[in-house]
Design a protein around this ligand. Structure first.
Ligand code: SF4
Ligand code: SF4
Length: 132
């Protein structure tokens, strides 16, 4: 065996692995990574612009359920529901929103066997009337 090759083999034996054991080990995430996002209903005015601009039709405008205290600026009581299975995380919706209503995160672990959307996250941004 050539000495150079032998040296590489010995080096490889003592080297720290370059791969990680995901999900036991987590990959480092850049702070500006585009992850799960959702509308803050304290700021959303229900204008639909984000839904119109979404290139993958991942946003549906839906009614805020009764009992949630949304600001009067959202007269139609509509808010954007993001379907994370359709979303390509381009953040176009975030950019076009006139009230900067989107809350951002670098959460990327969205694998699920059932459809997942932003409903519960958005509704959690406003209080329920009567403190229920
Ligand atoms: S990030 Fe892009 S694809 Fe996802 S909901 Fe927003 S506009 Fe649509
Ligand atoms: S663009 Fe902004 S204000 Fe308009 S519906 Fe979407 S999140 Fe709400």
């Amino acid at each position: 065996m050539r000495p150079a090759l032998l040296k590489e083999i010995v080096k490889g034996i003592f080297m720290k692995p370059v791969t990680i054991q995901y999900p036991r080990e987590q990959t480092p995430i850049e702070p500006d990574f585009r992850g799960r996002h959702y509308a803050d209903l304290r700021k959303c005015i229900g204008c639909s612009l984000c839904a119109i601009e979404c290139p993958s039709n991942a946003i549906t405008m839906v009614k805020v359920p009764e009992g949630y205290d949304v600001p009067k600026t959202n007269a139609r009581r509509m808010f954007p529901l993001v379907d994370y299975f359709k979303c390509v995380f381009c953040y176009r919706c975030v950019t076009v929103c006139p009230t900067s209503a989107y809350l951002l995160s670098n959460e990327y672990r969205l694998a699920s066997s059932v459809p997942i959307d932003s409903s519960s996250l958005s509704l959690s941004t406003v209080p329920k009337m009567g403190g229920v």
